[in-house]
Design a protein around this ligand. Structure first.
Ligand code: BDR
Ligand code: CA
Length: 355
């Protein structure tokens, strides 16, 4: 069993990460914190709670804790072009933001204020670790890493309770929000560097790999119908069926919106990449991935390259193998078993459908 803390900025693909984390049998989701990123922190917190409700979460098991609403140093930037102004534009089937069942996912303090990420995360990690007699926690990030960097900086004594920092972000010589910078890292490059410097195992799922996890029309068909399409027209002409359940309809509208954004912004014609879902898939089924350990740093002051993850694939620094400030500090995913990933995702949808 993997004990997981999930930090997100939902976000269409973050939503799929939440769905997976709530519906894979070997993942125990302890809590969800939210960050600025795809939308403002106000929206991302509410979106996480809407997703937790829609994907079978129960507030007695897992709550949502709002976190940082700006990066450590830079100004916050959001991505309405990709996710809509509210971060989950166009998704049908989620409850509205003021629905009591959504608000129940927030923990309140004695003054009725929402308990924040930086309070809940150390508390729950500590309770799970139990000074070494309990379980270590994997901290997963699918947005800018501000909350995680603050946790590392404020609670260094709790790093021994962390199994691994696992994040979706960065690229190996590749960017999506500049020539070389990926969105999550670009939003808070300083936070990422702090996490990479921590003396904890760190895993990065870069866009080189997430761009292989494309929801093609055939996969979209499988999601809607719960089965493979028969022999018929090629992908682009395949007619999509009506969703067989409400959950599948919701996931389908989420993917359709994301597909349209990826087509108009990046020219992806075959479907959208499910970036963030790969983090939870890796935790549940690491054999689906190949990884290599490198020295990774973030460009913090480049003229053209701020936010680039500088991956030392040539071992130019001749680094040793410690995690942290020196040496090979990060294992980076090189490739994915795409079929295996989508089988896993669709299994989780099936499980969620039965809740
Ligand atoms: C990342 O940025 C956001 O658009 C997605 O949610 C994902 O986390 C991909 O670059
Ligand atoms: Ca995200």
């Amino acid at each position: 069993m993997k004990y997981v803390w999930l930090d997100v900025d939902p976000g269409h693909d973050d939503a799929t990460a939440i769905m997976l984390a709530l519906n894979l049998p070997n993942i125990k989701l302890l809590g969800i914190s939210t960050t600025h990123g795809n939308a403002s922190s106000e929206f991302t917190a509410l979106n996480a709670a809407r997703c937790a409700f829609a994907f079978g979460g129960n507030p007695s098991d897992v709550r949502v804790y709002p976190g940082a609403d700006r990066p450590l140093i830079l100004e916050a930037k959001h991505d309405p072009e990709i996710h809509g102004v509210d971060g989950l534009g166009g998704v049908e089937g989620l409850p509205s933001i003021d629905d009591q069942r959504v608000l129940d996912f927030f923990d309140l303090d004695v003054d009725g204020q929402r308990i924040r990420a930086l309070e809940a995360m150390p508390k729950i990690i500590k309770e799970t670790w139990k000074g070494g007699s309990g379980n270590k926690v994997t901290v997963v990030s699918s947005g800018p890493m501000t909350n995680i960097a603050l946790f590392v900086s404020v609670y260094p004594d709790l790093l021994e309770a962390v199994e691994e920092f696992l994040f979706m972000g960065g690229g190996v010589g590749l960017g999506n929000r500049s020539a070389v910078a990926e969105f999550n890292i670009l939003c808070d490059p300083h936070a990422t560097q702090i996490v990479l410097n921590a003396p904890v195992k760190t895993t990065m799922i870069p866009i080189n790999v997430t761009h292989t996890a494309i929801v093609t029309r055939k996969l979209h068909y499988r999601l809607l119908a719960g089965k493979e399409p028969g022999v018929g027209p090629e992908d682009a002409e395949l007619e999509l069926p009506v969703a067989s359940t409400n959950l599948r309809h919701t996931l389908s509208t989420l993917i359709s919106f994301f597909a349209a954004s990826y087509k108009s912004t990046f020219g992806f014609n075959n479907g959208p990449p499910l970036h963030d879902a790969l983090t939870i898939a890796y935790l549940s089924n690491p054999e689906l991935f190949n990884l290599t350990r490198y020295r990774v740093d973030v460009e913090l002051a480049g003229c053209h390259t701020t936010g680039e993850t500088v991956v030392d694939i040539w071992d130019y620094k001749q680094s040793d193998s410690t995690w942290g400030r020196t040496g090979k500090n990060c294992q980076v995913a090189d490739s994915l078993n795409v079929q295996g990933f989508f089988d896993l995702l669709l299994e989780a949808v099936e499980r969620c459908d039965q809740v």
